[in-house]
Design a protein around this ligand. Structure first.
Ligand code: GDP
Length: 434
């Protein structure tokens, strides 16, 4: 979905505008300076266009200087938004800080809309022309507290969305069931859907296409199950089908939010399982490892633990993926799959507030010193989440080259320790503080 960011110096009315747009009072509105607010992020909708809106105000960190704050706001907006709303205030007129923000936003290669707040009456509206001096095009008068002009602003925002950003319907969780032939993918799909929709064959190399099935769980959650033909073994006879089915599997992974990687408890882990797992991991999707045919092996109280150990050592890069032991034959634990998919989906779509992230960063800096390369030490200024699904964080630092992968790994582990990111990969990008 497209993202809209509101940027502006303190007390121009960013939170009030934010609240107007989301029509909920999520942000704390305080009409006095120096109040700590948090960056807010919320879904919004205008004339059928869904989008996300961010109030970039209120990122606080150590020195807490206003110049630093607006710089961070601008950087985040430039990084994250499809459309930036630069909010000013007609009562105070154009200030030095407004000009500084304008300077920062000139760098953005995305639409910046200049909105002038507190244009509550005709006299004030006639003063908005002063704001042309910011070089941001035509000023749009609004009154966040009265609600006037908001519709026109939203029309302009929506007009500036990128052309292809409106397509995905957001409340359906897409997941696919992948794995090498015969691990039991079709059987799992059949049981999950509770009907014999997909043909189960006890024969390797049976060609099936990807079949998408939407269904609604008892709790009302909407899912789309993307079935695949499986990723087939290379061989002369199936060369063509192999390529085709790998392609189909890749496209299924691409279209999925969450991927179920099915392993076969009766055969153990094979080379081909690792190829399949690699595809899913590289795509940055949520992953759940499903050990199927759990009815077959002779078991004692340690069997699951032992199998888990093998999985963890064979798929080290999937350390974030939960493991579930099921049987498509007996139905054991299959009913837990939709819940687990939903949980992973929630984890990969969560947004962590910047203030919370920066508290974490501060604590982390006490645990481990930042890396030093050739006498130069990495300085980490602040961290912000720029994307979800998969959760992606930008850390602003003095020199990105000093961000050693071990420190990146450490930060990822800190994120995992502090928040629930089970099932989802996490990305961290180091950016030079401008
Ligand atoms: P796919 O190629 O991954 O779609 O695998 P299928 O769903 O076609 O299953 C392959 C074979 O394994 C079939 O004979 C299934 O009946 C059998 N099978 C699937 N799941 C289980 C299970 O949990 N337990 C047992 N015992 N057999 C299973």
């Amino acid at each position: 979905l497209p993202t809209v960011a509101i940027v502006g110096r303190p007390n121009v009315g960013k939170s009030t505008l934010f609240n107007r747009i989301i029509k909920e009072r999520l942000a704390i509105v305080e009409d006095r300076p120096g109040v700590t607010r948090d960056r807010n992020y919320a879904p919004a909708e205008w004339l059928g266009h869904k989008f996300h809106i961010i109030d970039t105000g209120g990122i606080t960190w150590e020195d807490g200087k206003i110049e630093e704050e607006i710089r961070a706001q601008a950087e985040i907006a430039i990084e994250e938004a499809d459309v930036i709303v630069f909010l000013t205030n007609v009562v105070t007129g154009v200030t030095d800080l407004d000009e500084k923000i304008a300077q920062l936003l000139y760098k953005a290669d995305k639409p910046v809309l200049l909105a002038v707040n507190k244009a509550d009456n005709p006299e004030q509206r006639s003063n908005i022309y002063d704001f042309y001096s910011l070089g941001m095009g035509e000023p749009i008068p609004v009154s966040s507290s009265h609600g006037t002009g908001i519709g026109d602003l939203l029309d302009t925002i929506v007009d500036n969305f990128p052309a292809d950003s409106d397509t995905k319907d957001d409340d359906t969780i897409s997941f696919s069931v992948i794995g090498r032939p015969n691990v039991g993918k079709s059987s799992i799909v059949n049981k999950l859907l509770g009907e014999e929709r997909v043909i189960v064959a006890n024969m390797e190399g049976t060609t099936r296409d990807a079949i998408d099935t939407p269904f609604v769980a008892a709790d009302g959650t909407k899912y789309r199950l993307i079935d695949t033909a499986g990723i087939r073994r290379r061989g002369k006879v199936y060369e063509k089908t192999e390529k085709y089915s790998v392609m189909r599997a890749l496209s299924a992974i691409e279209r999925s939010d969450v991927v179920l990687l099915v392993l076969d408890a009766s055969t153990g882990i094979r080379e081909q399982d690792k190829h399949v797992a690699g595809y899913a991991h590289d795509a940055g999707r949520g992953i759940i490892i499903v050990v199927n045919k759990w009815d077959l092996p002779e078991k004692n109280s340690n069997s699951a633990k032992d199998f888990e150990k093998v999985i963890r050592s064979e798929f080290q890069y999937l350390d974030y993926a939960p493991i579930i032991f099921v049987s498509a034959e007996t139905g054991q634990r299959l009913n837990q799959i939709p819940e687990l998919v939903k949980k992973v989906y929630a984890n990969q779509n969560q947004r962590i507030q910047s203030s919370v992230l920066n508290e974490m960063l501060l604590e982390a800096s006490k645990l481990v010193p930042t890396p030093m390369i050739k006498g130069k030490r990495l300085r980490v200024y602040y961290m912000t989440q720029v994307k979800s699904n998969p959760p992606t964080f930008v850390v602003f630092v003095n020199e990105p080259e000093l961000m050693h992968f071990s420190y990146q790994r450490f930060l990822i582990n800190q994120l995992r320790d502090n928040f629930d990111f089970m099932g989802t990969p996490i990305k961290i990008v180091a950016r030079k503080r401008k």
